[in-house]
Design a protein around this ligand. Structure first.
Ligand code: SF4
Length: 362
């Protein structure tokens, strides 16, 4: 690049080149449980969820490395490790060690990272390691995935030692109130990337109590399971689908779906793959209201639209309560607020309507 050449000329230094970016390739080893080494032996993965490991397990791993491999263990950056130089994979995997530390775990645990948390770090705001495992277990039961990759990275405070900003889903520990009482919570991040130059994620939900955060992430995983292409990792799903929406809409829809499940409102309502609103929050709010009204009543709220508003300004909005008997009152209020006949009374940002779909009082 020109500026680099000018910089080097000006400094009169022949700088070494940056070399090759080694992270540009996707890494799949933890999903396959092994990596082929140059000498035709294998590096065999052992998953250590949240990095919780004992001294005796470490001795055991060392003994297995001596018996089946070349005596070498290599740690990866996701708190798990490889037994190197393995020739007899089947015999190694029959060892009882792999009952606890799986060779391939669920997609929620294969890449799980959690920093020290309150147990071992004075800065910790939440316990963290077991919170991360509880979330992974919950998702494994509620939204089982036979394949796929979801990198969940947890930091127990803002310092970010669990590199939550780089996770597909990042969790940053914080305090969160339920009924005025402070407890453990998380800020939820999405969109972190490890490949290439790496990308920091962004917050989609702030200060979610841990008791409820799992429901919000469940919404996301249901959408991933429903909309993903064959073999698509969450990172690809985020780029293809979720990145077309504002952060506010993603967070709101995660909460809305959790609310609808809690109220047994069984309609197919989630992220669209053909997005027409652009990343304009006001358009997104109206479009979400219009789609939700239709999903509930099978009727359009207005007869014609232009630029995400009704064309005929005299047209009356039919009360959803009359169209759908027993409709949830908060959903009815939400639709009134979004689709109000008087445009200046409509909600234009998601935070205005979020209180209607909260599962708890702050
Ligand atoms: S992120 Fe915070 S709690 Fe976790 S290890 Fe770092 S300083 Fe400690």
């Amino acid at each position: 690049m020109r500026w680099q050449r000018l910089f080097a000329e000006n400094a009169e230094i022949d700088f070494a080149s940056a070399g090759e970016t080694m992270t540009k390739m996707d890494y799949v080893e933890p999903d396959h449980g092994k990596i082929q080494l140059r000498d035709a032996t294998l590096g065999v993965h052992a998953v250590v969820p949240s990095g919780i490991f004992t001294g005796s397990a470490m001795i055991n791993a060392g003994e297995l490395a001596q018996k089946y491999g070349n005596g070498e263990l290599r740690f990866d950056m996701e708190q798990s490790f490889y037994i190197m130089g393995v020739k007899d994979l089947d015999a190694l995997l029959k060892e009882a060690f792999f009952l606890e530390y799986k060779n391939i775990d669920t997609p929620y645990k294969n890449h799980l990272i959690a920093c020290a948390g309150t147990e071992h770090c004075p800065f910790g705001v939440i316990e963290n390691k077991n919170d991360a495992i509880a979330m992974a277990n919950y998702l494994g039961e509620r939204v089982p995935l036979e394949s796929g990759r979801v990198r969940m990275y947890w930091s127990a405070c803002v310092k970010g030692c669990g590199i939550h900003g780089l996770g597909d889903i990042g969790f940053e520990g914080c305090k969160a109130k339920i009924e005025g009482v402070n407890g453990s919570g998380v800020h939820i991040f999405l969109g972190g990337k490890l490949m290439g130059e790496s990308t920091e994620g962004h917050t989609v939900i702030k200060s979610a109590p841990l008791e409820y955060a799992k429901y919000y992430v469940e919404s996301l995983m249901l959408e991933y399971k429903k909309l993903r292409k064959e073999g698509e990792h969450f990172e690809g799903f985020y780029t293809r689908v979720l990145s077309n929406f504002t952060h506010a809409k993603i967070g709101f829809l995660m909460m809305l779906q959790a609310y609808m499940r809690a109220k047994n409102i069984n309609i197919d309502f989630g992220f669209e793959t053909k997005v027409i609103t652009g990343k304009n929050e006001e358009f997104e709010v109206f479009e979400l209201g219009r789609r939700l009204y239709y999903a509930l009543s099978k009727k359009e709220p207005y007869s014609a639209y232009e630029r995400f508003t009704n064309v005929n300004k005299r047209e009356k909005l039919e009360d959803i309560r009359k169209l759908v008997k027993g409709v949830d009152e908060n959903i009815a209020l939400l639709l009134e607020y979004i689709l109000n006949e008087e445009e200046n009374k409509r909600a234009v940002v998601f935070s205005e309507i979020t209180p209607l779909i909260m599962l708890y009082n702050k």
